[in-house]
Write a protein of this length. Structure first.
Length: 79
């Protein structure tokens, strides 16, 4: 049984996410947090796709669970 990840970002797809150059913060239910720079997102997830269906495949390096994460965006501040 796996839980769906919680997505706290205004993006439907990874392509929209990276186009906005926002970094991704992934916080697992065990408390482990990982920041992924926008430039690494498409490479890490092997291409574009729906955010929730891509993120659910991530496995936490701390506790080994999938889908127990809260994913949020860290917008780049623009001048
Ligand atoms: Zn974890």
């Amino acid at each position: 049984m796996s839980k769906r990840p919680t997505i706290e970002a205004p993006y439907g797809t990874l392509g929209e996410w990276t186009a906005d150059r926002a970094d991704m913060r992934i916080k697992c239910a065990c408390g482990r947090t990982m920041n992924m720079p926008a430039a690494n997102i498409l490479g890490r997830f092997k291409g574009d796709g729906e955010v929730s269906s891509k993120v659910i495949r991530l496995r936490c390096r701390g506790c080994g669970r999938r889908g127990h994460a809260t994913v949020s965006s860290i917008p780049i501040f623009r001048r």
